[in-house]
Design a protein around this ligand. Structure first.
Ligand SMILES: *[C@@H]1O[C@H](CO)[C@@H](O)[C@H](O)[C@H]1NC(C)=O
Ligand SMILES: *[C@@H]1O[C@H](CO)[C@@H](O)[C@H](O)[C@H]1NC(C)=O
Length: 320
């Protein structure tokens, strides 16, 4: 029986790859994969799911998924498989993930437990920060890293509403989000921007002179200068045709933004640092919602989205 199901899965993968150029990897349980990272040896993805676990994909013939880490000190086995929002306070909800390519440490923005880090062997993550300027984080979300000096840039989506109340944050147009920096040498957090409307994804530019941060409820992207004559100031870079989720950078210095339009179209947008649109891919035929777009090679992007299929969410990879 076990052998049969392995072949069945393999057959499905091959079929999907040839006919739709898509690979779906079912989750072991739980739902809502958010961010994805690969380690230096190419292993992964690692992703955080709704029951508070960070799990790692080892490949079909190497055991599939295994449990890699947890962020909440209150996590217990009862959390496994949970998609219950009321349990997120207990189980944790890891959203943003990034790997420090030198140390192999994985940094985690957990919606309830703040900025965390876990070593290359996983286990229980350690908390690095849970407040700034005396204001506790309520909804830690996006994360990016400067691979040269290890600085972490991250967002807290709201100081008022936590993740389980995200609809309220949107409906009330809450603007208490913050963009912050964590310096691993001094272990200090500094606030770069305040008053953001659902600050979500953050991306450091290739030359490290600025950051882009998405404000989901205002359909826009802001640019924060880290150096140069405008250092410490910000400006509205562009308004999008829908709500932006995450933003990632490409190797040539452009950015990929996942945008969900009000007419239920999922868009993968390629933009530059000046706010010009380079390319828009409507990927609604693959998924109704999109959370993140990653570059794969120079000619294609890999779309990672969460897809609701047969009542279960999946990590989905699509080659364009
Ligand atoms: C979710 O968890 C809460 C708190 O434990 C519980 O009261 C509620 O019944 C649960 N909901 C579902 C749908 O299981
Ligand atoms: C957004 O993408 C970045 C870069 O790939 C990733 O490190 C981060 O964890 C993502 N954030 C969320 C909230 O998924």
């Amino acid at each position: 029986m076990a052998v049969k199901s392995v072949y069945l899965v393999l057959f499905m993968f091959v079929t999907l790859f040839h006919y739709t150029q898509a690979i779906s990897i079912p989750l072991p349980s739980g739902a809502g994969p958010e961010s994805l990272v690969f380690d230096q040896s190419g292993r992964g993805p690692y992703t955080g799911i709704s029951d508070g676990r960070i799990i790692r994909w080892n490949g079909l013939y190497s055991g599939g998924w295994d449990d890699f880490a947890t962020a909440s000190p209150h996590w217990t086995k009862d959390c496994i498989g949970s998609i219950n929002r009321s349990l997120e306070h207990k189980c944790g909800r890891p959203l943003g993930l990034q790997i420090n390519e030198k140390s192999g440490d994985i940094y985690i923005a957990d919606a309830y437990y703040g900025l965390m880090v876990v070593g290359p062997n996983g286990g229980m993550a350690q908390q690095l920060a849970s407040s700034a300027e005396g204001v506790p984080f309520r909804f830690t979300n996006g994360l990016d890293i400067d691979q040269e000096n290890g600085d972490i840039y991250f967002t807290d989506t709201s100081s008022r509403y936590d993740r389980s109340e995200y609809e309220m944050a949107m409906l009330t147009r809450d603007a208490t989000g913050r963009l912050m920096k964590y310096d691993p040498r001094t272990k200090q957090v500094s606030v770069l921007m305040r008053g953001l409307a659902f600050s979500n994804g953050v991306a450091l530019s290739q030359d490290k002179s600025y950051l882009l941060v998405t404000e989901t409820t205002l359909f826009r992207i802001q640019k924060y200068w880290l150096s140069g004559t405008r250092k410490g100031t910000s400006e509205i870079l562009m308004v999008l045709p829908g709500t932006p989720d995450n933003i990632t950078k490409t190797r040539n210095g452009e950015f990929l933004v996942a945008v969900n339009s009000p007419s239920a179209h999922a868009l993968a947008m390629r933009i530059d640092g000046e706010g010009r649109i380079i390319e828009v891919l409507d990927v609604t035929f693959i998924s109704q919602t999109i959370s993140e777009v990653h570059e794969h090679d120079r000619r294609s992007a890999i779309i990672w989205a969460t897809v609701l299929k047969y009542g279960r969410q999946k990590v989905r990879r699509v080659k364009l």
